[in-house]
Design a protein around this ligand. Sequence first.
Ligand code: LAG
Ligand code: CA
Length: 509
Amino acid sequence: YSDPHFIGNRRVITHLMEWKYDDIGNECERFLGPYGYGGVQVSPVNEHAIMDGRPWYERYQPVSYVIQTRSGNEQQFRHMVQRCNRAGVRVYVDVVLNHMTGGQQGLGTAGNYFNGHEQQYPGVPFGPEHFNGPESCPTENLEIIDWDNPVQSRNCRLFGLRDLKQSCEYVRRKQIEFLNKLIDFGVAGFRCDASTHMWPEDLQNIFSRLNNLNEEFFPSNSRPFIYHEIIYYGGGGINPNEYISLGRIIEFRFWKEITNVFRGHNQLKWLRNFGTEWGLIDSSDAFIMIDSHDLRVGHNGELGFNINCFEPQLLKAATAFMLAWNYGIPRILSSYRWKQIVKDGKDLNEWVGPPTDLFGNIISIKINPDESWNNQYWMCEHRWKQIYNLVRFKSIVDDEPIINWWDNGDNQIAFSRGNRGFIAFNLQKTRLNNDDNGNADYDKNQLDLRKRLQTGLPAGTYCDIISGDRDGNKCTGKSIIVDQNGWANIYIGHNELDVFFATHLEAKL
Ligand code: LAG
Ligand code: CA
């Protein structure tokens, strides 16, 4: 379950959070396909609770497995999957199998009644006998209290969400039916929500009974790609290793360590051996990110550890490192705008859902002839040039090793990917500012990266794909001249907006 089934040398997934299926279909054809994205993750597709104010997290409260949400209905979903596959872009669905809603009642997005208090979900149907209760969950209020305790963590309630008993054959069967329906429509796999809270053997049972992927789009005998949300930062508790045979693990230590470095709390030079030597799981088991639908609003609700779209320079730089490094399968969050209200390090508006019109319909993405879009609503991080140019970089350098590492002993680094791509970062400023509390008494020139470095590249003139692009036989931004032996003068000034420089074989004049 660890092969994403990318087409050709595509390597990167984007999550078009809360987008509508018709819009995603359009985006696959006009952007994701042409710009080399490998796949798109869509927000949960099945019926969920309608909550006051329509927060984004209502999609994580399932009511049935009917495919109908504000993103569209089953037909629209199906049509989107076909269009994306034909554009060379795979589709992965975020699936919530651990639980149904919290303790409320009402209607779901497909019109089905539900009652969380009584654990009645007639749209499936599920009843009280399909949920974990006092016989399987040892805590008094049925809530998870000790998160490191495997029984509590799997059989008790996560934030009050009614916890499905996946040891029950009927529950499994309903979930398998749902997943197989998606597979038959042509999806390539799933993001598995809250995997830590489900028993590996139950998941094994469910996954082993899934259909092979649809042969209209995939080679025969292809298994679905599955990546698991397992929040693990080392230490005791539930270890991701328990899930490795069940797909890839979203490696939370990746974003944590990288964010820490890019925020100036650790020197860039240490990244030299970043990966398994830092205790991370094997690259071939890993799925990685910098930002996500959850992290956007803080790490456990606390801002300052995460990097989101409100710090675009930082987000671009950290994302660039993710895309240039040779580790795991990267996902880029493409989010929407909301009005952040930060108080005591928390975002009071963390609940705000996607942009809607007066009737509560999600607003469409509109692309203008000059490729700009209605960015008062949608951030479209996947359309930021520094990001999509590195998506291309990743395709071009493929699995080439990291060589020609250079650092200045502090916060300037550079490396090449075999002889196909080269990247350099200059975060010296961040570091010095931190060290001396802004009372700088240093030579500004020391903050510039100005150095003759080994790029690994064949001789020629190369365009920087960050400050500009290659446009026919000229560069619209910076350029470097690589000599016969691979050396070139690299310059990243301390006052440049983007703190990195990158180029590759296709950016050669
Ligand atoms: C996940 N991964 O394991 C998702 O990435 C995460 O976004 C989901 O939580 C969580 N698991 C459950 O699927 C989100 C919000 C929660 C929200 C939950 C259900 O981060 O804050 O809980 O979705 O909508 C909300 C309220 C809670 C309340 C609960 C039940 O915030 O206060 O207890 O609903 O009513
Ligand atoms: Ca559970």
